[in-house]
Design a protein around this ligand. Structure first.
Ligand code: GLN
Length: 192
């Protein structure tokens, strides 16, 4: 199995390090040719406007959409914004996942926070499921989801922060910045 990490901007290295810990081969993707032979793709956190504009400038939007139709794709934070169908403002998006995202929903950089989340799909066969320590950095919210979208996790007040639609996964936070690899494992199961 080989997983690509979109490496236009943002914390792609941290995703590669998480994949290294799981002994999964990964590579950085900066052009369409580098998508060939990959089994899945992670779009990292960063700045979604920058990721979108670079993808546009490097003629990557259509190749990424074609790839996403056939393969598992996971967007974390800015990546989830880029993967979404709608952010209610003008910026280049892949427009794949049927979610509406509100950017910077919690405020500015100084309003970033960490919180323990319940993510029921991470329960092991023996029933264990400790909370997932989630890091939100000027994070978006998944404001609404389409009918084919499964909500994977929400904040205590019910606001959605993780969702899945078939082979697409979106998390508003940064699992790659912790040493808890359960969401990376979950994504690898989706890839398989
Ligand atoms: N605020 C960024 C955006 O709107 C996302 C931040 C992040 O990826 N940590 O693109």
């Amino acid at each position: 199995m080989k997983i690509g990490v979109l490496a236009l901007q943002g914390d792609f290295l941290e995703h590669q390090q998480a994949l290294d810990r799981l002994v999964v081969e990964s590579c950085q993707v900066r052009n369409a040719a580098e998508l060939a032979g990959l089994n899945g793709l992670i779009i990292p956190g960063g700045e979604s406007t920058v990721i979108g504009k670079l993808a546009q400038d490097f003629a990557l939007l259509e190749p990424l959409r074609t790839f996403a139709k056939q393969h598992a794709v996971w967007g974390t934070c800015a990546g989830s914004i880029f993967l979404s169908k709608d952010v209610r403002r003008e910026q280049p998006l892949l427009g794949m996942m049927d979610i509406t995202v509100e950017r910077n929903a919690f405020g500015r950089q100084v309003d970033s926070f960490e919180i323990d989340l319940d993510i029921p799909v991470l329960r092991t066969p023996t029933g264990e499921n400790p909370p997932f320590h989630a890091i939100f950095i000027r994070a978006p919210l998944i404001e609404s989801v389409g009918s084919g979208v499964e909500i994977l996790s929400a904040l205590p007040d019910g606001r959605v922060v993780a969702a899945r639609q078939g082979h697409w996964l979106a998390t508003a936070f940064h699992p790659e910045l912790t040493d808890d690899d359960r969401l990376h494992r979950y994504f690898l199961e989706m890839v398989q």
